[in-house]
Design a protein around this ligand. Sequence first.
Ligand SMILES: *[C@@H]1O[C@H](CO)[C@@H](O)[C@H](O)[C@H]1NC(C)=O
Ligand SMILES: *[C@@H]1O[C@H](CO)[C@@H](O)[C@H](O)[C@H]1NC(C)=O
Ligand SMILES: *[C@@H]1O[C@H](CO)[C@@H](O)[C@H](O)[C@H]1NC(C)=O
Ligand SMILES: *[C@@H]1O[C@H](CO)[C@@H](O)[C@H](O)[C@H]1NC(C)=O
Ligand SMILES: *[C@@H]1O[C@H](CO)[C@@H](O)[C@H](O)[C@H]1NC(C)=O
Ligand SMILES: *[C@@H]1O[C@H](CO)[C@@H](O)[C@H](O)[C@H]1NC(C)=O
Ligand SMILES: *[C@@H]1O[C@H](CO)[C@@H](O)[C@H](O)[C@H]1NC(C)=O
Length: 758
Amino acid sequence: SQSPASGGGWLLILIFLSTVTTLLVPPSHPGPSLCFFLQVLLVFAKEDSQSDAFWWACDRAGFRCNIARTPESAIECFLDKHHEIIVIDGRHSRYFEPEKVYGNNSFLSLHRLPDQEEPSVLPLLCAGFSRRFVENSSVSACYNELIQIEHGEVRCQFKLRACNSVFTALEHCQEAVEITSEDHIIQYVNPSFERMMGYHKGELIGKELTELPKSDKNRADLLDTINTCIKKGKEWQGIYYARKKSGDSIQQDVKIVPVIGQGGKIRHFVAIKRPRMDNNNQVNEIKKNKSHEHLYNTESHLVVTRNAEVSLCFVCFNVQRCKRDIITLLETQVINIINAAQESSPVTVAEALDRVLEILRTTELYSPQLASKDDDPHTNDLVGGLMSDGLRRLSGNEYVFNKNLSQSQLAIPVTLNDIPPSIAEMLNDEEHWEFNILELEAATHKRPLTYLGLKIFTTFGVCDFLNCSEATLRSWLQLIEANYHSSNSYHNSTHAADVLHATAYFLRKERVKSHLEQLDEVAALIAATVHDVDHPGRTNSFLCNAGSELAILYNDTAVLESHHAALAFQLTVRDSKSNIFKNIDRNQFRTLRQAIIDMVLATEMTRHFEHVSKFVNSINKPIAAIEETSTSTNIRNSPENRLLIKRMLIKCADVANPCRPLELCIEWAGRISEEYFAQTDEEKRQGLPVVMPVFDRNTCSVPKSQISFIDYFITDMFDAWDAFASLPNLIEHLSENYNYWKNLDERKCKSLRPPPPS
Ligand SMILES: *[C@@H]1O[C@H](CO)[C@@H](O)[C@H](O)[C@H]1NC(C)=O
Ligand SMILES: *[C@@H]1O[C@H](CO)[C@@H](O)[C@H](O)[C@H]1NC(C)=O
Ligand SMILES: *[C@@H]1O[C@H](CO)[C@@H](O)[C@H](O)[C@H]1NC(C)=O
Ligand SMILES: *[C@@H]1O[C@H](CO)[C@@H](O)[C@H](O)[C@H]1NC(C)=O
Ligand SMILES: *[C@@H]1O[C@H](CO)[C@@H](O)[C@H](O)[C@H]1NC(C)=O
Ligand SMILES: *[C@@H]1O[C@H](CO)[C@@H](O)[C@H](O)[C@H]1NC(C)=O
Ligand SMILES: *[C@@H]1O[C@H](CO)[C@@H](O)[C@H](O)[C@H]1NC(C)=O
């Protein structure tokens, strides 16, 4: 009523952008869209025609509206909803005077002002008020005001915020992106661009494109063609040779898009570039091949530059169902490309490509990422549970590891002489694959590892190799066995003994023996013995989700395997009486230690396919090639090859259950299922993500889970291992066991054994 302006009072409108709102911008949309309801807060002491008018205007505009009557309730309401627009009644300065409104989006404070003539505009603007609205109780006037604000300030703010996201995307995308002004001055390049071209952005920004050195490989008229096209406001797409800072040319797939600004004028050009394989465009052809489409994400480029410097950009496979596909892909596709390139290249290039082939075959360029879209939930869960390092860790949910090593102190040493005759006799069978480890488990009162270890280590001359006494070995075996958890239904020392047994069995195979040295054998036997020590009976994913101490210690990466390897050495060297390494020299210890750690880490499943395909490519293939041409069947005994063989050996020993005689296979399947069930139970109890939902004791089909496991992980691996080591009996058991599970599954039986005939 006491209005400072002629006749009408002021209403103050504050545009407030709350931090909690999120924004989605559809790519094709010209501007940011408001994917939510705009919220308006009316701060009016009394209801009157003006507040009614705003209320109805909000209704018409489809905005959500709250009304607050006191400063306190206004603040409370704002903190709850974070309105984008706040309308404050400034006509009754005695009730509400905004002295200050803090723009931190954190709080809003309204204070009564001392009586004062007229609010001057500047302090209000400083306080965050963006508009003044002269009293007008027509709904249309209020509606127009709100709509103007929405399309003006609010959208602007959102656009600014959207810009942040867009730039974040640019900074992280794999394509090289360059933005120039209409007159071709470089205004922006992203990090991928810097990497691809070898420049630092500081060297480019502000430069004219014409100032940069050009490659002489382009057709002379290419630049004119491009310019003509983009000057018309059209997009240009094609192949272009650019010159890197180093002087080399790089062939690129390029797309240049003009950015049209106000009045239809071209304001910028955006160029998006990716490196391209210049050998008959093969990579792109392959990408078009539907039969392998699912194997590709988008990147698979080989860049061959002029001076024979070969760089592999990405061999990045996004694989849903890999299995054989990866191996097939590597050979028949990438390797073919390189071979083709070699044929048509000068000697220097061909030699460089040889190195690339070598790298591809032996290093760690690829590792499949399994998407979880597979049809089979069992495979999915196994993959998720065994091959991934867990979902994002949940906070405040500490899984406390049992660090109780007191067990080991309680262990009472036995002397080897005390081995009861029945056990000694049983151990005579140890060389057979069909050896019954479960009988040994029972006969030794749950100490199969110590007894079997003594027998096997002695047979392989481990004590002689390490120059250690049998007493030390015995004490070490007991110590290690004591640190397996007897309470785990699968990962207890019987599993370790079983893996040790398989390892020894493989080491005795002629082909394996001829490729390995004694140090490799000793390392393999020790690695098998310790490979799951102190296993908590939970998977890596679980530990990561539960935020266990170990997951934190090992950054969620190969958590268990790292722990097994580390603890094994800690335990071993802690006490001289059980330190089997105490008499070997430092160099030998280092080599042995390296080999043991490498093998223990190789049991981690995330790199399963990588290990298998490296083995096939570096060992099986070359052997097959040699066999075709000569009578000798041995490949080079290089350290790299020995490494691959050892990894494959322990991996196969670790998951050999499905290749054991049926009765053993069934027992192991029961134990592993029980351990997974226990994990699922605990996940449910603790409210953690369930990493392998199919392993729910109420619903699980054990036959189905075994079938998936065999299909996915076992068959190919053992085929490859059999091709090398010759293990026909294992393959026979595998096939028998597989049929057993298939048969149960066809009968819709979910348990380990068929129901008794009624
Ligand atoms: C946030 O509020 C404080 C407290 O009044 C003020 O000094 C500061 O400038 C504000 N910061 C921003 C970014 O608005
Ligand atoms: C109120 O707004 C309406 C519509 O915008 C306009 O026609 C009218 O003149 C305004 N009344 C006053 C008193 O300004
Ligand atoms: C696509 O891949 C399949 C299987 O590798 C192959 O047989 C076929 O020839 C390929 N087609 C083309 C067009 O390259
Ligand atoms: C550790 O072991 C001792 C003796 O076996 C036992 O009393 C104690 O409860 C254990 N502590 C934990 C945390 O398991
Ligand atoms: C074996 O170890 C003993 C110490 O226990 C040492 O005296 C001896 O020289 C070692 N023998 C060899 C061959 O290293
Ligand atoms: C391993 O777990 C099984 C239960 O699945 C149990 O019967 C066996 O005794 C355990 N073995 C050892 C050595 O703890
Ligand atoms: C875990 O990550 C941190 C930070 O990157 C690093 O310093 C540390 O060495 C890592 N630890 C392991 C065991 O990889």
